[in-house]
Design a binder for this molecule. Structure first.
Ligand code: HEM
Length: 407
């Protein structure tokens, strides 16, 4: 596939803001997406583990992790849409071709995701108090986990197929006979997928440190449970670090020839250093984990490490497509649209900032108070402001739409 053909597949309308904006936002939002995916997977596995035990601390943890998994799956889905939008803007020749080649799986993706989501809620519906009641129907959770992994596998294949334009024709027309069915998943790397999935172990460990610190601030915190959580989180962090190193090494050792440069690049060293720091941080912090905001630091540093890993993943894509196929994602035709650019950033910063601050404050405070939580007047004002801003956003959206339509 030569560069001219790839460029011909671009949208002639161009992009509404500088391509670098889409590239950077793609990396940032993908890192958030994968963080939520990893919390969801890690929390689901811990739930399954705990639900099969009789130990009261394990059962208590299972209840808490089920609540985490339920929220994390929604966050993962919402935060999956953002990189989906960015990748299809600057890499459209690759993304759409990869999708069309496996079209049935792209459509099945949604159905499988819905089934996985329902299975998780079916488990929750039957086990609303895991800490106090025996487990009913653990297989619901097992099915949910399996389906979520299939969903992730489909996303992996699409991300991977886009890197292999030289194979597209042989997938589309094997032995010269066209197969337009889109029924196969053609290109994949088990080691790459394993790396992103196994990182869940370290991510859920970092989450457990934060969960433990959060519980400490509650008036009814249970010292026995907190003491039990600490070595569990530490063991998971160690295991997670080792699994990430092992699967990452296999991935790098099995890179196809045109991507081999990546294995010895500074990107890999930066990613490895960030992951190493994140996984050793809890040991370095020691007793400080129980004081102030230190207990939340492993998760914060873990999130930054995921951004570095996301940047390395993006570098692999950008430079492979540029170096081996002559495609420069940053020379996309620019057709600047100030309204949509400003609207995006204002929505993100102002609306996102205010509404998220309100929701997170209420969730945080209600979790740390006993009995019925009543928000303070300042928090209530923040809630009213959130609703006001949402209404204003919807009004301006339709007003501009009607104005453009009527002109
Ligand atoms: C809930 C289960 C999900 C799992 C386990 C999962 C897992 C993953 C993994 C492992 C990757 C990296 C693949 C690779 O680079 O090899 C990925 C990428 C991606 N995921 Fe998800 N994902 C899930 C759901 C979703 C959903 C619901 C969406 C969209 C609505 C989504 C959108 C994306 C996109 C767009 C990418 C690629 C981004 C890029 O290449 O820039 N994912 N996902």
């Amino acid at each position: 596939m030569d560069a001219a053909m790839l460029y011909a597949l671009r949208d002639p309308a161009g992009v509404p803001s500088h391509p670098l904006v889409f590239l950077v936002l793609g990396v940032l939002t993908w890192a958030l997406h994968i963080a939520a995916v990893q919390v969801m997977l890690g929390a689901s596995v811990l739930t399954l583990f705990g639900a099969l035990k009789i130990d009261r601390y394990w059962r208590r943890l299972a209840g808490a992790m089920l609540a985490t998994a339920k929220v994390a799956v929604s966050v993962a889905i919402v935060l999956g849409v953002a990189p989906l939008l960015f990748v299809q803007v600057i890499y459209d020749p690759f993304w759409y071709t990869a999708n069309v080649l496996s079209a049935r799986w792209v459509i099945a993706f949604i159905v499988i995701l819905i089934a996985g989501y329902i299975a998780l809620y079916a488990f929750y519906y039957r086990n609303q108090n895991l800490a106090a009641q025996p487990t009913r129907g653990a297989w619901h959770l097992l099915i949910s986990l399996a389906l979520m992994l299939v969903v992730g596998w489909i996303m992996h294949v699409l991300s991977y197929q886009m890197l292999l334009p030289e194979q597209w024709m042989s997938w589309y027309a094997p032995n010269g006979r066209i197969d337009p069915s889109g029924q196969s998943l053609h290109g994949y790397s088990v080691a790459r997928f394993a790396f992103f999935i196994l990182l869940s172990v370290a991510v859920i460990a970092a989450w457990l440190f934060a969960y433990r610190r959060y519980l400490m601030a509650r008036p009814d915190s249970d010292p026995g449970y907190l003491a039990w959580l600490l070595p569990l989180a530490q063991r998971l962090m160690l295991a997670g670090g080792l699994l990430a190193v092992a699967s990452g090494a296999v991935w790098l050792a099995t890179l196809p020839e045109k991507m081999a440069w990546f294995a010895s690049s500074g990107w890999v060293w930066a990613g490895a250093a960030a992951l190493l720091l994140a996984s050793t941080l809890p040991r370095l912090l020691g007793q400080r984990l129980d004081r102030g905001l230190w207990g939340y630091l492993p998760f914060g540093v873990g999130a930054v490490a995921l951004i570095v890993v996301g940047a390395a993943r993006e570098a692999l894509r950008f430079f492979t497509l540029f170096g081996a196929h002559g495609y420069n994602a940053l020379d996309y035709k620019l057709n600047l649209d100030w309204y949509s650019t400003v609207l995006f950033f204002v929505t993100f910063a102002v609306l996102g900032g205010v509404v998220l601050s309100y929701l997170l404050t209420v969730a945080w405070k209600s979790g740390q108070s006993q009995g019925v939580y009543t928000p303070s007047p300042a928090i209530t004002r923040l809630g009213n402001l959130s609703i006001g801003l949402l209404v204003l956003w919807i009004v301006q959206y339709f007003a501009i739409g009607f104005y453009v339509w009527a002109r």
